[in-house]
Ligand binder design. Sequence first.
Ligand SMILES: *[C@@H]1O[C@H](CO)[C@@H](O)[C@H](O)[C@H]1NC(C)=O
Ligand SMILES: *[C@@H]1O[C@H](CO)[C@@H](O)[C@H](O)[C@H]1NC(C)=O
Ligand SMILES: *[C@@H]1O[C@H](CO)[C@@H](O)[C@H](O)[C@H]1NC(C)=O
Ligand SMILES: *[C@@H]1O[C@H](CO)[C@@H](O)[C@H](O)[C@H]1NC(C)=O
Length: 646
Amino acid sequence: MLLKVACCALALVCVSADIYLHNPRGSNNRLNEKSANRKNANRGFDSQNNNRGGYNVGDKTSQAFATEDDQYQMKYFQSGDDPEASPSNLVVEWTNQHGCGGSEDDDPHKVNCNLVLQYMCQPADVEQGELHRIRDGLTTNTQGYTRLTSLTEDRATFEARRAGQVKEDRFLQEPFEWYDKCFVRERNKGLFTADQDLRRNNGLRVSSAIYTRQNRNGQRRGYECPEERDYYPYWHPTPWKDIVVLAENASLCDTHYRSKSFNTHKYGECVEGGRHFSKYNNPDACTNAGHQWVEFSNYLEISTEDNRADCEAAGRVWAVPYDAVTGTTEQKCLVPLPEVDCMEAPWSRVNHNGNGKDGVPLNYTWVLPYFPSGKDQKCVFRIRYNITTDDYDPYNTDSTENGAANSPVTNNPNVDIGADLSPLRLNINTAQFGRVFQDRSHAFILRSRPAEIQGTLHNLNVRGKRGNIVQTYPAVEYDFIPTELHMTENDLVHVQWTDFPGSNTHNNGAPGGDGQTGDAGQGKAGTDRHNFVELLDRNHNFPKPFEQSTFWQNAEVKWIYYGSTASTAKGLALNMATSGYYECDTDDCSGVVGNKDELNAQLDNAPASYEGVVLRLNQGTYHYMSSRNNAFTNRSQKGTVHVHQG
Ligand SMILES: *[C@@H]1O[C@H](CO)[C@@H](O)[C@H](O)[C@H]1NC(C)=O
Ligand SMILES: *[C@@H]1O[C@H](CO)[C@@H](O)[C@H](O)[C@H]1NC(C)=O
Ligand SMILES: *[C@@H]1O[C@H](CO)[C@@H](O)[C@H](O)[C@H]1NC(C)=O
Ligand SMILES: *[C@@H]1O[C@H](CO)[C@@H](O)[C@H](O)[C@H]1NC(C)=O
């Protein structure tokens, strides 16, 4: 028996799976690795994905980053003040390996499945040294943690324990305090844990929320809380805001998800004086022990009104915001979150890790939020993929069926097939029978709109990484996203890219894990670049000469990144064709082209990221490609913008 458990623990490390985020690019815990394998699967969160998955953080220039300032964070504009009337649309795209979607009636699947899409933001000006500062880090090491040893620890002891653990140069999304409270809070003892023997914190005599059926040993990844990770909707407040649940079936949206999302449903935590942690996980135990059970609200941001009347008059909500760091219970004026979106998950094939129906990539268009404060936000995006089976009822099986004797499922059972003494062995790992996978983006900026950007805005970006099909897998080859963009002549498009690895550092070398190493492609090995040149149509691989181009002539520049003054069609064409290497044409700003070193024909010395331009376009159909990466028979990096009548 012991032997079996040991094998399972091993299998957990070696499995190849299972959700990969392609836009915005998912890190899968990578940072700037040269190798095809990521270095540290425990860096920030528990993905359960294959070591080869993920994209490095972007570089700003043609040099590998040395400081945070040299990293490129995608900068999407927020929606306008009425997101329905003036949305900023970001197409989220992913692949999931084990299938999903499909109703029992017309399209039965082999798994029950749901996907949960969330984000977390903070004002972009949170400075170095502040306790909760979202960052991608400069090393692949995991943040430190020293275990709490007393349930009555005072503030000074806590601060001494935390000191030196949270490092400025390491990945941080959830704060230290979030994991600390998870480490202390008793786990939900009503949950089904099958025959898994969950450990307990020896010193504290608590079996806490860091131990779950999927994580019985309490392995730590960043400051993620394992119980919160494995379950949704979670029954305590969390630092995450919900975007959408792609549910097993649409009726669950009505009966379950909409009413239980933390966006609109308050959740409680036990508050012990000024501590940010408590071992009590329910109101009775909390109040019986003389503490206060507080119901917290989720929110978009905190508004400035300092009393209930003004707050409510402004259409906001006066309530206790959830702040994992301070544990404050003070009421504030909150900008509420919209109800979680919810629908049936898109159908995808099992054992495939590719497109959905009709060859269409699995996607969801996220209407980016609008922050009334007008402050730019630094954010991260998270997607979880949850598969369960019908071998036990995933919704109605609870702790009464825990333990090897009671559990409906056990590890690798032998089943009788009627032939005495010759059973068949089934492959069941109860830590993964019902399993959640995850990916998260690198940090990105949601920037407030300048006055010139009105109405519907579409984000046009690049996905994928350098290499051929077997080298990139389970990431994807380069392409634009969305490859077919439909917009009207009243809409705007923000063209922007960062290169995976954005990087000037990734040669997809050894260790290659389960796949092939190498980075077949054009330009200097280990670098990625993109650009945008117009094509006659997508069957062609030569760009149109500028004189015959229509895109630039039909484009009106609404906004361009700081540093460029391109305003003429030619200046813009040059700027986009060189990934911003030439900021403008000689007509826009005299002498710029002449003052620079010659551009490398494969863009090696051009910036790895292009902050971009926001354009309005006249009606028409425009085809384009990346001249560096598009290589007929090897890889197509082409797209089309269809501009319809307004
Ligand atoms: C996964 O599904 C199970 C069973 O329906 C549910 O209990 C759990 O909360 C879900 N977890 C997530 C992250 O969706
Ligand atoms: C949706 O899923 C739930 C949970 O599996 C199930 O009880 C319910 O019957 C399903 N509804 C439909 C319409 O398929
Ligand atoms: C997203 O999925 C929908 C439905 O499957 C599809 O109609 C649409 O074309 C997809 N969008 C993109 C950008 O792939
Ligand atoms: C495609 O890649 C192969 C090497 O993998 C190379 O020999 C060939 O020249 C490439 N074709 C083009 C058009 O770049």
